[in-house]
Structures are given as structure tokens and as C-alpha cells.
Design a protein around this ligand. Sequence first.
Ligand code: CP
Length: 310
Amino acid sequence: MLTEMENLVDLDTLSIRELNDLLDLALMYQEGKNAPTLKRDVRIANLFFENSTRTVTSFQMAEHRLGLSRFDISVAGSSVQKGESLEDTIKTIQAIGMDIAVVRHPATGWYRELVADRNLHLSLVNAGDGAGVHPSQTLLDLMTIKKEFGHFDGLKVAIVGDLSHSRVANSDAKIFRKLGMSIRFAGPEEWWSEELAPFGSFEKLDDLLADVDVCMCLRVQLERIGQAGRATFTANDYHQQYGLTKARAERLKKTAIIMHPAPVNRGIELDDELVESKQSRIFDQMANGVYARMAMLTRILEERDLLEKE
Ligand code: CP
């Protein structure tokens, strides 16, 4: 069984100091810090059981910059299609010689039994588990906020939209609170999740806009909404009631920033023109993702004693 830093599956298991160290390392990479020297060839497998553009590509870029040997496993062409379980797939790639597996999977908590399995000694990185958590997204969101404001303490964050299906909301809310930010949620009542109540209040979007430093809109995840919900969902109604329209954005503080984990449904979660507006940090979030993922992988390499001393 590996330690919590040999696997990185949920940032909530890290202390505030460990979180800040990870963040500092990501920011140092962004400022030009060189990749460390590996003691030996390190093999890393990327297994994405759900679609991805940002996460998969920025993990690949991070792996490239760290000099890792990268193996992109095509789930569509793998024995998963013959019914092989995730556990057996992971054990198979371990047997073949992988040191690290980056996994995105639709099952919430897919990693829980695996990290407790004494027969597993490859490191697991959670690239998103169902409606669970999205650690690397949270780290890149923290980078984006830290670069903007220089601190976390006392910042006010609105998280808006499809709350009950969002691993980003779940993941960010816990860690943002831990680091001293306050959270206010808004969106359709049927998509509110009481599990988020310990981290912030559920309010009307129009009541909180003028007061927040960060307005984070979430993607409407139609793929996780039942057929009945899909049948009654209307993009235009959603946009008018819960979307960040240009009129609503004008009520934000001039210093406030707009974030979205993307992919963005332009014209639904926010107005098309706001995506690349002066206050938007959406594409900065994507750029930050490479460095956040480099930092996460470096920590694993360090813990596994795979790096030469600097
Ligand atoms: N934000 C995010 O996880 O994007 P992808 O689904 O494209 O990886």
C-alpha cells in the first residue's frame, strides 16, 4: 500500500502545508523552474474512461516536460470492452511495468478500494471520478486565484450551476474553505446538493453577484442528468435564470474574475462574449493546468524516491 502522496486521488487528504507546497511548486514551474532529473526511466499510463480535452492533454504535456515515458491507453480498444474490471486493468498495466496511472472514470470513488489494495504498488492519480472530486482541476483553480489575488484568506467565491453533478464544485468547495475562502452557491434548486451545505450557503444568483471576488460557472452536465431532466431542460431558460449574462456580469466588482472549468456551453452557463472577456480567466485556467499537473506528478516522483537530489 502506498502513502497519500504516492497516490494523489483527493486533495482533501493533504494538510494545508502540503497543499501550499504543491501550489508553490506549480507556480515555480510556471515561472520557469526546470524539471528535476529522474533516477531511472519512469513509465506512466493515461487511462481515460470518460471524454477529456484539457485534463488528458495537460497531463500529457506535464509528463512530456518531466521526461516521463508516456503510454496512452485507448480504452475503446482495450479489454475493458470485453468486460475486464478497472481493478484488473490497473493490475495488468502494473504487471507490464507502469509506475504511475492517471485515471478518469465515471464511477465516483473508483480509487477507494484500489489505494487500499496491498498488491498494488503503482501510483494512482485521480483525473476525475464521476461526481466525486477533480484534484488537478482544484489545484489549477487555486493557481488561477493565487496569481490574481496573491492570497486566499477572506476571498468570496460564487460557484454557480449544476452543483449536484459537479466533481469540480465538490472538490473546490472543500479545499477553498480549508484555505480560508468563503463560498456561496447558486443555481437550479433541483441541482442543489445538501452535501455541499457544510461549505457554503445556497442563494439566489442575483443576490450574490455584487459581493464576490470569483464567479465560477459550472458546466451543465446533461450526460449525468436523467432522461426526464434532459427532456425538460431548456438552454435558453437556464441561461436567463442561472447563466452569467452580460447584464449580470456588469454587476460584478471590477476586480472580480470569471472562471469555468470548461468545456463551456457558450450561451448557456455564460454569454459567449464573456468567455474571452477582460474579467475571464477561463483560458488561463487551462494554461495553469499543465503546471498544476507537473507539480502533482513531481510530488509522487519525490515520494517514490525517483528524483535525483537538486
Ligand atoms: N475541466 C476538465 O476536466 O476538462 P476536460 O473534461 O476537457 O478534461
